[in-house]
Design a protein around this ligand. Structure first.
Ligand code: BJW
Length: 234
């Protein structure tokens, strides 16, 4: 590994990396989409139809994330150690809206699907730290309007965050790791192709089981993230 490229190592993470911290994945048998319809809670149309339902869904998940029992696991910790060993050479692009990578100590991190501990004002676009329940009576301190705050989450049909920075990193990285993601959701599911064929990265999948895009990876290691991630990066 050399220090010549902007970010030689790009690591895409998904819900599987946080499963052993007690947070549900989406598409596994016991996942989030087995309990609620994504059309109801993860689309702008769902929010327009029933904002209270959507706020309650994210309030519940925010409480789960902030519960003292929810802590980074050995996979988050191994990735943070990797960044400490290779400062400025590791970029984590996470689809997760939890803050477990930050809590483990990762610093170069993009939350492409937003953050559960933030709210966004529909009027002025301000993004605010938000750790309490969110409801219709809450106001935006930046523009003094009430009832305009939504979770700072990227729903289906919305454009993921910091795409330009992500594309630049994919086209220049030397190693692309995909960890704990099923490869169902675009654009993230297409990153392996971009890193391998538009860039010239070596591509590796670490997951519980082969993802939808498994054949696109040159190397793979299957098992729980808390075991395979420390084993791979150390
Ligand atoms: C373990 C484990 C353990 C378990 N250890 N592993 C038709 C074709 C192509 C694309 C589209 C299409 N129709 C629509 C689209 C676009 C759409 C899309 O992809 N839809 C598909 C469903 C077809 N995408 C969008 O709308 C996105 N926006 C977009 O495309 O904008 C256009 C644009 C893009 C770029 C530039 C310009 C314009 C937005 C997507 C938003 C996704 N939002 C969600 C919900 C919000 C966050 C939240 O509420 O938490 O994000 S959906 C949900 O899925 C969440 C996740 O981040 C995302 C990915 O899921 P993930 O992480 O992969 O979880 P799972 O459950 O699927 O997989 C877990 C994996 O872990 C499994 O493999 C397990 O085996 C494994 N695992 N335990 C290790 N212990």
């Amino acid at each position: 590994m050399t220090g010549l490229l902007p970010c030689p190592i790009v690591i895409l993470t998904g819900a599987g990396v946080s499963k052993e911290s007690g947070l549900d994945t989406f598409r596994d048998r016991d996942g989030v989409w087995a309990r609620v319809r994504l059309e109801d809670v993860a689309t702008p149309e769902g929010f327009a139809r029933d904002p209270a339902l959507v706020q309650a869904f994210y309030n519940d998940r925010r409480r789960g994330l902030l519960d003292p029992s929810c802590l980074p696991n050995p996979a988050h910790e191994a990735l943070a150690r990797l960044e400490r060993e290779w400062p400025d050479e590791v970029l984590i692009v996470t689809q997760n809206i939890d803050d477990l990578h930050e809590r483990a100590g990762s610093r170069q991190l993009i939350h492409m699907h937003g953050e559960l501990t933030k709210a966004r004002c529909l009027d002025c676009g301000a993004v605010l730290d938000w750790r309490a329940d969110l409801g219709e009576s809450d106001g935006c301190p930046a523009c003094a309007t009430v009832g305009t705050l939504r979770p700072h989450i990227v729903w289906f049909g919305e454009i993921p965050l910091e795409m330009e920075r992500i594309q630049d990193a994919l086209s220049t990285c030397g190693l692309f790791l995909s960890i704990g993601t099923s490869g169902n959701v675009y654009p993230a599911a297409g990153f392996v192709r971009q890193a391998r064929f538009e860039g010239a990265a070596h591509t590796v999948e670490l997951n519980l089981e082969p993802s939808l895009g498994a054949t696109l990876f040159e190397e793979s290691l299957y098992g729980p993230a808390s075991e395979v991630v420390p084993a791979y990066v150390e």
